[in-house]
Write a protein that binds this ligand. Sequence first.
Ligand SMILES: *Cc1c(COP(=O)(O)O)cnc(C)c1O
Length: 413
Amino acid sequence: MTDTKKYGFTTTILHSDRQKPIEHGSLHKPIHTSVTFGYRDARQLAEVFQGKQPGYRYGRQGNPTVSALEDKVTKMEQGLATICFSTGMAAIGAVTQGLLREGDHVVSSSFLFGNTNSLWQTVNGQGIKVSMVDATDVKNVEAALTPATRIVFVETIANPRTQIADLKRIGQLCRDRGILYVVDNTMTSPYLFRPKMVGAGLVVNALTKSIGGHGHALGGSLTDTGLYDWTRFPNIFDNYKRFVPAQWGMAQIRAKSLRDFGGSLGPEAAHHIAVGAETMALRLERECATAMALARMLEADDRVAAVHYPGLASHPQHAIASELFSAYGSLVSFELREDIDCFDYLNRLKLAIPASNLGDTRTLVIPVAHTIFYEMGAERRAEMGIAESLIRVSVGIEDTDDLVDDFQAALNR
Ligand SMILES: *Cc1c(COP(=O)(O)O)cnc(C)c1O
């Protein structure tokens, strides 16, 4: 695929490895396990180190198998460049490690993945201030901005309660103020939504979830969309200003976050994720259709007290989701009527597995307040709208009828 024709999502991902030199005709990018890369000419090694010519030096900073995956993610997000990390959390941590300094301020959505919530508490103790706001309304974000605000951070569909940030207006606000807008796209994935459309400067993806898709490799990524003007960012070290400004952010993140903190993605995991990514569109079509059917069944049943799914007309941000996303995602969460014990209910399910991953091929269920959101305590859970009986469902690729029947039968039993 060397022509410049615009292809669809899956065609582009499938053929992306063949746009670079192909090793022995291999259809998959080979798994390069070498930790270091040797050169016959010592001067060439020096030039690679100095960034004067492309090449690999040491596996912590880059690897050909990982680069091939980075290219794929860049294409998915229609961005400028991507850096992969060992996990999604390593990617989010890289934003704070590589770009923030003591005294800086972050405004974050308060509706967040539990470990990101915990990370904000950690950095709050390290001289960086994080304000948590209800980001479903841009006014709350605007009110929290200070002259020290460097980053606004939101998720697309919040995990697990499915609130949707005021994505477009926050993007406009960040553009007007020159603030870096970081969007965690994990719950939508680049197949359903590209945060570049709403002005994001950096996009986070937990590759562990829908992109890898089979629950068999951890990974994360940061993509520079090319929209942010890095000359407006005060924390770029002079060292990285020798590149053109469009490259400043990624140059600094690759050195200050990936190299210095070492959360590098391994080549084997990169290979698994790249293979998984080939079928992402096919998986998500099925998962989103099943999630919709499941949400409708649950909403119609009077033993269910509440259902949270952006595809339902009753969802408070249904209109935003319909406008921006090509489907409503594979996460459904719901609350049972008070007289039904959520553990008993989960134990009656025959197909859905109690486990904590998302975006897996198999449907997974978890009682949120008692597991992933246990550590934060009841008060913070209440602030985040997490009911004690909330069940999160990560809908897999099982046949739709089998899955909906499983949830219905467990209500009947
Ligand atoms: C899972 C997840 C992460 C973290 O990814 P890991 O690979 O588990 O570290 C970050 N953000 C969101 C929204 C997630 O669901």
